[in-house]
Design a protein around this ligand. Structure first.
Ligand code: AHR
Length: 627
């Protein structure tokens, strides 16, 4: 029975409550939302980004009618600029010779009748110039578009552009650049963009993906990460900005694309920074969402526990954050506001919130540094809400300590993250009912139930009713991660999936869309009675026993305090009730339908260090009652 107090008025729900969290994970940017079709366009791929890479990744030599030559990647003082170190050197011997790019996934996607903008930086040492042919072909060399002919002149870098009209549709396209006439032709920043980017922005977003995000009507866009921003934040700051493993720094991501040094992405691939801070702000504005950048606080999480003790480095990061606010909001006469205007946006981007720190899990070390950020931002920009964090888990010592610190210092908003089983989401609907109404507000910056099935979407929907009921405390919430390219997955589940030609929302996408496009004005109080009871209640000590080696488990038993057997599994039958849980730096399995030691109980860690089977008996103390 549902009792609805139709005249009653619960929490007011902000229009901006539900947003999206964009992180460059699962190739969400290059080969994803960033519409560039050429992979490794500036020949900067390096084994430091990914062990399988070479500077020629995604490129292969090609020729017409037996043409010959050599194609090598050079890194010398003829480079395009200091931040774009490498370029392609084509030594032309006989006939028509060059290279072809195979794009992302199965190839370069072109659609019959559509236009594509080609550009390249080139120079030639041949006095008469070098004819360059640009062709989009299938893998066998059959033309998919009319070829484009460019005459490269002079031994200085010049940007050449042209339009390619596709005559056929294919997802297997190759972009071939061939030249003839002898001599040496140098090429860099080879680019092919669909003319139809989202809102027709140059250097823009892939339309189908951007439209799927826009269709959610997000209240905010959190970017650029996640672990992407905080890991390594204390490393490589002083290194020249073409050096691999330099931490993610927003200043590296703005300005002309050919001057953005590519970098090693935390998730194990090269990031071009083609989508940089300007593009994030512009995209947020284009979809009517509030921009919400996150900067590192110099205490790493995401598998590392390290805090920098370099005060100069900390000051520099703080200054960078102040400069970021000026880049977003400052007048065009200010140094960073001027840069924004030069990139095409004289009007401010209206930044109101900044996250400092992502899952930074040394509470006291984090909070000391966070406080310095907060003080500096408050004194220069008192209107900006500075968001703190609560570590990587939904509960636990780190979480509690961070919350205490945040609460005591009257921080305005705290970022929470958790990835749990659907059962956890069903059982924790009331999580925020007991949060202090006068304490910091909650930004639920990352959450998902751990699969992409219908049941996950349903559990998330149930959980979101709890968020909404507590909209006076939970001010912002975003499912995570947002995007995944099917061929390059680092993290599942994800909200929107894609390859080089198609994209589709998961069941969780539909849940998000339902809530995000139907944000209410306020909660109408209601009560349900005769809710089906949970299957069992556990309290007190619980005994667990398992046979284990250092790599395997068998015969898992759970007994209650009075010795009754609550659960056992010898893995002789259906294992589908077990699911993988992403730990921080490791994986574990959980029987989601039953006790999860880290969520419903005090965590007990038993290390099975022996490669042969041994029996382990231990007990954990339940901290919550659940079924
Ligand atoms: O969303 C994927 C990752 O999960 C994020 O990078 C990190 O913040 C969290 O651990």
């Amino acid at each position: 029975t549902l009792a609805v107090d139709a005249a009653g008025r619960g929490a007011t729900i902000d229009r901006s409550m539900y947003g999206v969290f964009f992180e460059d994970i699962n190739r969400a940017a290059d080969g994803g939302l960033y519409a560039e079709l050429v992979q490794n366009r500036s020949f900067e791929y390096d084994k430091a980004d990914n062990a399988s890479y070479t500077p020629m990744t995604s490129w292969a030599p090609t020729s017409l009618n037996g043409g010959t030559g050599t194609a090598t990647v050079a890194d010398d003082d003829r480079r395009l600029n200091e931040r774009n170190r490498r370029y392609l050197k084509l030594d032309l011997a006989r006939g028509e010779y060059g290279v072809a790019n195979s794009g992302y996934n199965s190839g370069i996607r072109v659609e019959k009748g559509k236009q594509y903008d080609f550009s390249v930086f080139a120079r030639t040492d041949r006095a008469a110039g070098t004819p360059l042919t640009v062709a989009v072909t299938d893998p066998a060399g059959k033309a998919l578009a009319d070829p484009l002919r460019v005459q490269v002149r002079g031994d200085g870098w010049v940007r050449y552009t042209g339009t390619v009209l596709a005559r056929e549709s294919s997802a297997l396209g190759r972009l071939a650049l061939t030249a003839s006439g002898g001599g040496t032709l140098r090429l860099d920043m080879v680019s092919l963009f669909p003319r139809d980017t989202y809102k027709n922005r140059p250097n823009g977003m892939r339309a189908d993906l951007a439209e799927k995000i826009a269709a959610l009507e997000p209240g905010f866009v959190r970017f650029p990460g996640g672990c992407l921003v905080n890991t390594g934040s204390h490393q490589g700051y002083e290194a020249p900005n073409w050096e691999r493993k330099r931490s993610y720094q927003w200043k590296d991501t703005i300005g002309p694309v050919e001057q953005r040094a590519t970098n090693a992405n935390f998730w194990g691939y090269n990031q071009s920074y083609g989508i940089g801070y300007y593009e994030y702000f512009q995209f947020s504005e284009d979809i009517g969402a509030m921009p919400l950048p996150v900067v590192p606080a110099l205490v790493t999480g995401c598998g590392q526990n390290k805090a920098t003790d370099d005060p100069a480095l900390l000051r520099r990061h703080i200054q960078d954050t102040l400069d970021l606010i000026e880049f977003a909001n400052g007048p065009v006469t200010s140094p960073w506001g001027k840069k924004r205007a030069e990139m095409g946006h004289p009007a401010p981007f209206n930044l109101t919130h900044v996250g400092v720190g992502n899952e930074e899990n040394l509470p006291d070390e984090f909070f000391a540094r966070f406080t310095e950020f907060r003080t500096a931002i408050a004194s220069k920009y008192p209107g900006i809400t500075v968001i703190s964090n609560s570590g990587p888990d939904d509960t636990g010592t780190t979480f509690d300590r961070l919350w205490d610190l945040n609460r005591n210092a009257k921080v305005l908003m705290v970022d929470e993250h958790y990835y749990n089983s659907p059962q956890w989401f069903l059982q924790n609907n009331q999580r925020y009912d007991t949060y202090d109404r006068n304490g910091p507000k909650v930004f639920l910056g990352e959450y998902a139930s751990l699969d992409n099935k219908f049941g996950n979407a349903l559990a998330e929907a149930a959980y979101m009713t709890g968020l909404e009921r507590n909209a006076d405390v939970v001010k912002l919430a975003s499912y995570a991660p947002l995007l995944a390219n099917t061929d390059y997955v680092q993290w599942k589940p994800d909200m929107i999936w894609f390859d080089n030609q198609r994209s589709w929302g998961s069941a969780s996408y539909e849940t998000q869309k339902l809530f995000m496009t139907n944000v209410g004005d306020h909660v109408v109080p209601s009560k349900a009675s005769a809710t089906p009871a949970t299957v069992a209640s556990i309290s007190g000590a619980i005994g667990l026993s398992t046979w284990a080696t250092s790599a395997a488990y068998d015969d898992v038993k759970v007994t209650s305090a009075d010795g009754a057997q609550l659960f056992s599994d010898d893995f002789s039958g259906d294992d589908s009730r077990w699911s993988k849980v992403a730990g921080r730096g490791s994986w574990a399995v959980t029987n989601g339908a039953y006790v999860q030691a880290d969520q419903a109980a005090e965590n007990t860690l038993v290390t099975a260090g022996d490669p042969s089977w041994s029996n382990y008996d231990f007990s954990v103390k339940a901290t919550k009652t659940g079924g």
